[in-house]
Ligand binder design. Structure first.
Ligand SMILES: [Cu+2]
Length: 67
């Protein structure tokens, strides 16, 4: 299992947390949002999911992936 922490802009409240964590969960990914730090930490299996896919899932929810 890999773990990555992605910097994301535009997350401000529990609604943001729920939409991002929920969207990841729908793809069987365990994500946790840190509002204060503006980051999303995701655990994923590198043979099933790519980093690009994870970023896409977050962007689909309307947030900007910074790094
Ligand atoms: Cu929000």
């Amino acid at each position: 299992m890999e773990q990555v922490t992605i910097k994301v802009e535009g997350m401000s409240c529990m609604h943001c947390v729920n939409s991002i964590e929920g969207a990841l969960k729908e793809r069987n990914l365990k994500g946790s949002v840190d509002l204060q730090a503006g980051t999303v930490t995701v655990q994923y299996a590198a043979d099933k999911t790519s980093l690009a896919q994870i970023k896409e899932i977050i962007e689909e929810q309307g947030y900007d992936v910074v790094a």
